[in-house]
Design a protein around this ligand. Structure first.
Ligand code: PSV
Ligand code: MN
Length: 430
């Protein structure tokens, strides 16, 4: 039987905190009213906010060195969905799950869709995987997939992306995200232009198979697994490829995939301007693609990205509507807890960005008042919007305190009994 969090437990836990939340909400409401902001308008927007959970994020991650599996890890997509339902039941902002194929491949996609419907979950972008060989694979991806010098390997990679679209259609998804590990490890190993031409040629074949109401998201990454050059290493190559393919192709920004200190919010602005912002993979990082929990290290950067996104929403920017998703690796925490925390952290950045006084900011920018422009952003960022987030969850039937309620439910221990340790403690990055 599907393991769920009892609604009565959520209500019981909420009852302990509801009085305090209402007091804090009222106090914040008064504070915002002085700025001409109606708190209920902001809460209504917070209630609409959605960020997808990556199916692979529900398992414990690892590094190149080792992986230390947690108890009760999901062993297949059915169990990953079970965990995702718990995350959404408590957080009320993660109704979509993003699958990764062939990791999540099943024999019967209609059955899978039926199960996700039962759990009130929907499907986000489909992620293809041509960065590793599958058992018995005839033509290897060792030297690349969509840009491989071998036509046979390229054809295999193209065919896989096309089957991903088919499976996605069965699930009701509308986006294919392509991230490839193609690149080189030695200077001179690869002819940059020819490799990029082969990549574009393959992508054109995938684009041709895209249904009219779908988008193709291209994800760039600076390095890893290739350590010298990567075919789509930055947003420059990314947008070039997206422009070459056509309007249904857009760029996806994974926060961990840039060089240190890169101004990601400015990249976001550029992509918005040219109608090429497809979506995000949120995570945080200190050194590279660390896949730390979103907002755990650079909450101001996350807020500044949302400042651009809310600004685009505010200006009704044409062609704007990116997908939001988490993509992080939980090596030392319970993935369910990390995903709930991270979803709330991203939602917090969104809500705080809604508080920015945009007419005032425009005025300061026009008058070159750098200090006050910066203070306008800081004022919104430093406002503690926790009561809005808690109220949004409460109004939607979620948990005021998702982590405490989750811990009180004993869910992890309960599933641990049904899901014996997979024993998969070899290395592996997810
Ligand atoms: C690559 O590092 C990445 O960010 C891509 O989104 C992959 O699909 C995902 O991680 C899987 O591990
Ligand atoms: Mn990613």
């Amino acid at each position: 039987m599907t393991q769920r969090i009892d609604k009565a437990l959520i209500a019981e836990q909420n009852a302990k905190l509801e009085g305090y939340v209402k007091q804090d909400y009222e106090a914040l409401g008064n504070q915002l009213a002085r700025q001409g902001i109606n708190i209920d308008d902001i809460t209504a927007k917070a209630e609409l906010f959605q960020i997808a959970v990556p199916s692979w994020g529900t398992g414990t991650g690892g590094t190149r060195f080792a992986r230390f599996p947690g108890i009760g890890e999901p062993r297949n997509i059915w169990e990953k969905l079970e965990d995702s339902a718990v995350i959404n039941d408590l957080s009320q902002c993660t109704e979509r799950v993003s699958p990764h194929f062939p990791w999540d491949k099943v024999d019967d996609f209609t059955e899978l869709k039926g199960f996700s419907d039962e759990l009130s979950l929907k499907w986000d972008s489909i992620n293809s995987n041509t960065f590793q060989d599958q058992a018995g694979q005839e033509h290897s991806f060792k030297y690349g997939s969509l840009s491989n010098t071998s036509q046979e390997s390229r054809d295999l990679a193209i065919a896989h992306n096309l089957e991903c679209i088919e499976w996605g259609q069965a699930l009701g998804s509308k986006t294919l995200t392509v991230w490839v590990g193609d690149g080189s490890n030695h200077p001179g190993q690869q002819h940059f232009q020819h490799a990029f031409e082969r990549y574009l040629d393959s992508m054109k074949k995938i684009y041709a198979g895209l249904p009219k109401d779908w988008e193709l998201h291209i994800e760039h990454k600076m390095f890893e697994p290739a350590f010298y050059s990567t075919i789509i290493q930055d947003w420059g190559s990314n947008i070039l490829a997206a422009m070459e393919l056509g309007p249904q192709a857009k760029s996806l920004v994974d926060l961990g995939h840039h060089a240190p200190n890169v101004n990601i919010e400015m990249i976001v602005s550029r992509l918005i301007q040219f109608k090429k912002l497809g979506g995000f993979h949120f995570n945080d990082s200190k050194y590279g693609d660390d896949d730390l929990d979103s907002g755990s290290l650079h909450p101001y950067q996350q807020f500044l990205i949302f400042n651009e996104l809310v600004d685009a929403e505010y200006r009704n920017q044409e062609g704007f509507g990116p997908n939001y998703m988490l993509d992080q690796s939980h090596n030392v925490t319970d993935p369910i807890e990390s995903l709930m925390n991270s979803a709330a952290s991203v939602q917090r950045s969104y809500v705080a960005a809604l508080l920015v006084d945009r007419p005032a900011l425009t005025e300061y920018q026009t008058n070159n008042d750098a200090l006050m422009a910066s203070n306008t952003l800081k004022k919104a960022f430093t406002t503690d919007v926790s009561p809005i987030l808690a109220m949004a969850r409460l109004r939607k039937g979620g948990a005021i305190d998702p982590i405490a309620t989750y811990r009180a439910s004993g869910y992890r221990q309960a599933v641990a009994e049904k899901r014996p340790n997979s024993g998969g403690n070899g290395s592996g990055i997810v």
